[in-house]
Design a protein around this ligand. Sequence first.
Ligand code: AMP
Length: 227
Amino acid sequence: MLLLGAPGVGKGTQAKVLMAEFAIPQISTGDLLRQHRREHTPLGMMADELMQQGKLVPDDLVNQMVAERLAQADCDRGYILDGFPRTLAQAAWLDDYLERTESAWPVVVISIRVPYDDLLQRITGRRICPDGHIYNIYTQPPRVEGICDVDGKALTQRNDDTEAAFEQRMKEFHELTAPVVPHYQGQGRFAEVDGLRSVDEVTEAIRTELERLRAQASESIETAGNR
Ligand code: AMP
C-alpha cells in the first residue's frame, strides 16, 4: 500500500494503525533517512542539510535505500510505503522494481488530503518521541507536557517542522510530488480520503476505500473470466 499526501496529512499516523491491523511493516523513507542521520552514515550526512531545508533527497539515493529495505524478509507479505514515491522518477522506479521482483500482490494507493492552514498547525505543533509516537501540542497533547504517554521518553520537535522548512516542503510537494497522483489515478487502485477528521475516522475511511477497491478488482477479474 502506498500512502501519498503533503507533509502533515497523517501518513505516518495512519501507517502505524494499518501496519498493526494488516501485520505488514510501515516503511517511512523519512524515518529511514532520520535513522541514517542519527548513525552518521554517508547517506545520512548527505541528506541532513537537504532535510533540514525541507528539500527532497536525490531520487537515486532514496530508491537505493528503499530497495535495500524491501529486500528484507519482513516485506515478503507486503508493506506500507509512507512518503514514497515522492517524485515521478521514484514512481517509475517502483513500477520497474515491482515488475523485476515479480511482486505477487497488487499495489493500492491512498492519497490523503488536508487544507494548507491545517497542515501548518499540525506541522508546527507536532512533537515526537524517539520510538515514533506522535503528538500535537494543539490537538493531541501528551498527558504530561513534553513526555510520551506510552514510554515516558522526552518529546522533541523535528528540525524540519519549522514554518520556513514547512513552506519549502509544501513547495517541493506541489512541484514534485503532486504529479505522482495522476500517475496512479487511472489504474483503478487509487482512492483519495479527506484527512481533516479524527485519526479513527480517517482510518475508517481508508478501510472503506480498501474494501471498495477490492470489490472493484474482484469484479473486473470475474468479468474478464466470463468473457
Ligand atoms: P517525512 O518524514 O516523510 O516528512 O520526510 C522528511 C524529509 O525526508 C523530507 O522533507 C525529505 O527531505 C526527505 N525525504 C523523505 N522521503 C523522501 C523521498 N521519498 N524522496 C526524497 N526525499 C525524501
